[in-house]
Design a protein around this ligand. Structure first.
Ligand code: SF4
Ligand code: SF4
Length: 260
């Protein structure tokens, strides 16, 4: 029997990996993502602009992001226990590997290499989707021996107990149901330098589009469409350029009740 044919990107024909198939039929190559975003979202954006009275929608590149639909709930004790077990096992293994001089892969957080303004821009978009992708963090937060070894190398002499305490005391009282144990109501409760590397480097399709537009075209605007399996849940026009800042300043200076 022949093996099943691989799923291919609609635009470039590259074979799709499991994550790309989960999100659709386009690969995560920046050109393909951009083409899909513009094709599918241009019309949605223009209708939204009409509703909201946005006069220049074409200056807001269409940027689809997922819609967060999980509810906030108290972090269940069973999930804390599962995380604690994972943490303690991982820390113990990290100390053994470090003492053996085993191979080490985890670099410092890549996002710290981004210019501050770009980090702020990407952070604003992630805040707008309320960290949908953090659902994958589950009861482990992706913490691996390499994450722990990164801390050990940054802070020589730190004890296993101190590392464990650092993580446990950061657990939020409430988190998104079923998502990462560290995903609290206002976002991740871990500092970037203590997160697993994937937390600092992952960019969903929409975020890749926004980063590409920022770096390649100097665009500081995005039309964010929050999508679920049911379609478009909500949208917003986001801007971080000088013109948008001037508009905000003008609004702040306007007398209460609007100009007469
Ligand atoms: S990477 Fe994408 S899915 Fe994850 S928080 Fe940011 S915008 Fe949301
Ligand atoms: S550790 Fe933070 S960034 Fe990473 S998956 Fe959990 S909530 Fe998201």
């Amino acid at each position: 029997m022949n093996p099943p044919s691989p799923a291919l990107c609609t635009y470039c024909g590259a074979a799709l990996d499991a994550l790309e198939i989960h999100f659709g039929d386009v690969c995560f190559g920046e050109t393909c993502i951009k083409r899909r975003a513009e094709k599918d979202w241009g019309a949605v954006r223009d209708r939204a602009a009409e509703n909201d009275g946005v006069s220049d929608p074409e200056t807001y590149p269409a940027t689809p992001i997922p819609a967060q639909q999980r509810k906030i709930e108290p972090l269940p004790a069973e999930r804390v226990a599962l995380f604690r077990t994972h943490l303690e096992t991982t820390i113990a293994a990290a100390f053994v590997l470090e003492s053996e001089g085993a191979e080490f892969h985890e670099a410092e957080p890549e996002s710290s290499w981004y210019p501050p303004a770009l980090s702020e821009w990407l952070g604003a978009i992630c805040a707008s989707c309320e960290g949908y992708c953090c659902e994958a963090g589950g009861d482990t937060a992706f913490l691996s021996t390499d994450t722990i070894r990164r801390i050990m190398r940054r802070e020589p002499g730190i004890s296993a107990e101190s590392i464990a305490a650092r993580y446990l005391e950061r657990l939020p009282a409430e988190s998104y149901a079923g998502a990462c144990v560290f995903q609290g109501p206002t976002g991740c409760t871990l500092p970037r330098e203590d997160r697993a590397n994937i937390c600092n480097v992952y960019l969903c399709k929409g975020l890749k589009t926004a980063k590409w537009n920022w770096e390649e075209k100097g665009v500081r605007r995005a039309f964010l469409g929050r999508m679920s399996m049911n379609g478009l849940e909500s949208y917003s026009f986001l801007a971080m350029d000088d013109e948008a800042r001037r508009d905000e300043a003008r609004k702040d200076e306007a007398p209460p009740g609007g100009a007469e």
